[in-house]
Design a protein around this ligand. Structure first.
Ligand code: ADP
Ligand code: MG
Length: 241
């Protein structure tokens, strides 16, 4: 459903993403993983057309992303940006409904539905982001991304800033949510356990290139490069339990 064809991005002399061919299967969850600066966010921004590729192109449902159809395509994707990206001067409710109002598709029933779906307390809707906990802010970002019931969900390190207990609760909830919605999901994370738990497929990146694509077992048992094993081992717990 989404594919990259020789799609790459450079910033001056920095290559954020080398020309890449990659297909994201419809209805599946793909976890993009790799160290900081390896091009994960760049890849996601290319998919949603926030930045134009330097080489190649992106295809959504067989249709090439162009400046002419970009906006319409973008509304078919929900995007949770790194750090949440909520507007601090808007309440949770206004943050969630910003785009649907702009499009004249206001829907109060949908808002209630999303509170249920993301386990967000309805009485928190009138609060500003600063009055919400980290986990609640992420739930609001998720509601905003889901408001228009997009076919595709792009999540850039949605749980990155959360403490471990909130994180593990939200990981479980996200898994349930993904299973329930059956959407095409691309999830960026730097946490191998999270990638393995949530992803049907894992795509590991290093310095703007795909190192390996496969299941957690593939990466563990049949690493395509010593880097894969290094990356996995670096995340082994220091605490022997
Ligand atoms: P990740 O999300 O994996 O941490 P990014 O995709 O954000 O990595 O960045 C990949 C590389 O591209 C990094 O070296 C980063 O510094 C560079 N980069 C990203 N965005 C820009 C930009 N707007 N201008 C210049 N360099 C950028
Ligand atoms: Mg990033």
């Amino acid at each position: 459903m989404i594919s990259l064809h020789g799609c790459g991005k450079t910033y001056g002399s920095v290559t954020a993403l080398h020309p890449t061919d990659l297909t994201f299967a419809a209805g599946k969850i793909t976890a993009l993983i790799g160290p900081s600066g390896c091009g994960k966010s760049t890849l996601l921004r290319l998919v949603i057309g926030l930045i134009p590729p330097s080489t190649g192109y992106v295809e959504v449902d067989g249709q090439r992303l162009t400046p002419a159809n970009l906006q319409e395509m973008r509304w078919r994707m929900g995007y949770v940006i790194q750090e949440g990206g909520l507007f601090p001067h808007l309440t949770a409710s206004d943050n969630v409904q910003l785009l649907s109002r702009f499009l004249g598709r206001e829907n109060a029933a949908r808002l209630t539905e999303l509170c249920d779906l993301t386990h967000f307390p309805a009485d928190g809707l009138s609060r500003y982001p600063v009055e919400l906990s980290g986990g609640q802010k992420q739930r609001v970002s998720l509601m905003r991304a889901l408001m228009l019931d997009p076919e595709v969900l792009l999540l850039d390190e949605p749980l990155g800033a959360l403490d471990p207990m909130v994180r593990s609760t939200l990981q479980r909830e996200l898994k349930e949510l993904f299973q329930r919605l059956g959407k095409t999901v691309i999830l960026v994370t730097h946490d191998m356990a999270e990638a393995g738990y949530l992803g049907d497929t894992i795509v590991m990146l290093r310095e703007g290139k795909i190192v390996q694509q496969g299941s957690l077992e593939d990466l563990q048992q049949r690493p395509a490069d010593p880097f894969v094993t290094e990356f996995i081992n670096a995340q082994r717990s220091l605490v022997a339990l």
